[in-house]
Design a protein around this ligand. Structure first.
Ligand code: SF4
Ligand code: SF4
Length: 335
């Protein structure tokens, strides 16, 4: 029988939210879930008992080849500051920057996985003036490079696998690890930003419960409204690569279902959108960020046609916080 996938998990410049999210995986028995998928956690900062010298001994064993590292998971951005020294984050007890540990462990790992948008692109940790010189493992926003460099390939031949999201959906992490354990995640299964296509080939807009409002451009005007949040409330679900509305979080939720605009947290640079998250930037009244794959002229024509044909029910409900007009009852049989 094949040995289980050995996963080593390190954290650097992030909030730990991706680990919190992981614990919401769709299972009452998280250790049992990993075991069933063929995964063995060598070490995780929040889930493992070992610390201090026990951890340092394990890391040495990994570097010296006495312990196999099938997957190095990194959560959080890599902090290169101050002045490129990496000393904003030293691994306790070693005097060495985490950037050094990650670079050396990445060189011996079969696969390297960036867990979350901080580890993938820099994310929130790299926002604003980026005082800590934060970057992702192989990207800095949408520029290839990051800590490991554009040419980096793990020993499997793959680039860093970017399980981007802020936080990541637990299902995206678990399915990535299971696919690696089953040897079914290959280069063709990654998109142009090295995100697993099983979730990155979807849009948040797919399966959004507000789709009828979107069709008629019946828009929410304030946070509690039921209408589509694209026109006024900053929703980027038509551009964000993720399956949040077809694989709901915790089995039932998503940002848009909770009344919050999608801020496209799986995309590089989402942390600095250049406008308030809850407001849609417009030019001459037309949203600047149009749906992916849709030419501007089509959108304008379709929007004005849709608005002129909006049923009263949809229009009334769009700006209310509860259903005010129910669908009319109609006979559905032909005769
Ligand atoms: S709220 Fe966002 S995701 Fe939902 S239908 Fe509107 S644009 Fe699409
Ligand atoms: S709905 Fe958008 S902002 Fe929310 S988790 Fe999904 S991709 Fe991120």
């Amino acid at each position: 029988m094949r040995d289980r996938l050995h996963v080593l998990w390190l954290q650097s410049g992030g909030c730990g939210g991706c680990s919190m999210s992981l614990l919401c995986a769709d299972s009452a028995d998280f250790p049992g879930l990993l075991q069933a998928g063929g995964v063995r956690l060598l070490w995780h900062p929040s889930l493992s008992l070992e610390s201090g010298h026990e951890l340092l001994d394990l890391l040495d064993a990994c570097l010296e080849g006495r312990e196999r590292v099938d997957v190095l998971c990194v959560e959080g951005a890599l902090l290169r500051g101050p002045n490129g020294s990496g000393r904003y984050h030293l691994l306790a007890g070693t005097g060495l920057p985490m950037t050094s540990w990650v670079s050396r462990l990445a060189a011996v790992a079969t696969h390297v996985v960036a867990v979350g948008s901080c580890a993938a692109w820099g994310g929130v940790s790299a926002a604003g003036t980026n005082a800590t010189e934060a970057c992702g493992l192989q990207y800095e926003d949408d520029r290839i490079g990051g800590l490991l460099g554009a040419g980096f390939r793990s020993n499997s031949g793959l680039p860093v696998v970017n399980v981007a999201g802020c936080p990541t959906h637990p299902g995206w992490v678990v399915d990535t690890l299971f696919a690696l354990a089953a040897d079914t995640l290959h280069a063709a299964d990654l998109d142009s930003l090295a995100r697993p296509r099983f979730y990155a080939d979807q849009l948040v807009h797919h399966g959004c419960t507000r789709n009828e409002y979107y069709e008629f451009k019946a828009s929410a005007e304030k946070p509690s409204d039921l209408g589509c949040m694209m026109e006024h409330m900053g929703c980027k679900g038509t551009q964000a690569h993720a399956d949040c509305n077809t694989r709901p979080w915790n089995g039932e939720g998503s940002c848009t279902r909770g009344g919050y605009a999608c801020i496209s947290c799986t995309e590089p640079g989402f942390q600095d959108p250049g406008h308030p998250y809850h407001r849609t930037p417009k030019l001459a009244g037309i949203p600047i960020g149009l749906p992916t794959d849709m030419p501007k002229a089509w959108f304008v024509a379709l929007a004005s046609l849709s608005k002129s044909a909006t049923p009263k029910r949809v229009k009334s409900n769009a700006t209310a916080d509860h259903l005010v007009v129910a669908p009319a009852a109609k006979k559905t049989r032909l005769g």
